[in-house]
Design a protein around this ligand. Sequence first.
Ligand code: ZN
Length: 147
Amino acid sequence: MMAELYRELILDHNAAPRNFGAIDQPTHTADGNNPLCGDTLTLDLEVDDGVIRDLRFRGSGCAISTASSSLMTSALKGKTVGEAEALFASFHELVTSPERVPHLEERLGKLAALGGVREFPMRVKCATLAWHTLQAALNGSANATTE
Ligand code: ZN
C-alpha cells in the first residue's frame, strides 16, 4: 500500500531527520517561518559551481514540516540549482493539485510521500516551508514566510 509506505516515510523522517544541523561556512542561508502552524527553520546550503554540495536545516516544526525538510535535503544533495528549482515546481504542483498526479509522484520519488497534505490545506504550508526557504536562500534573501 502506497499510503502506508508514505505514512511510514514521514514518521521516520520526523523521528530521525536527515541533514539536521548547520554548515560551518554556508554559501547561502535563509530562515523560514510558517506562522499558521508555528514552524520555523534555518536552511544552510553549500553551492559550488551550480551544484548543491551540501544542505542542512535546523529549527522546530510539526511532523510534516520536519519530514519535508528532511526529505528535501536528502533529495537535493548533489543536484544542480536548476534541478532543485524544477523539483520545487513539481512538488508544489503535487501538494496543491486537487487530485493525485501519478506522473509527478513517479518523478518526485520519496518526496511524493507528502502528497497527502493536499487534503489538508493548512498543512500545505508546512510541507512547502522548506522549499520556500530554499528559494529564499538561493535568491539571496534572508527570510521566507509562507504568508
Ligand atoms: Zn506545521
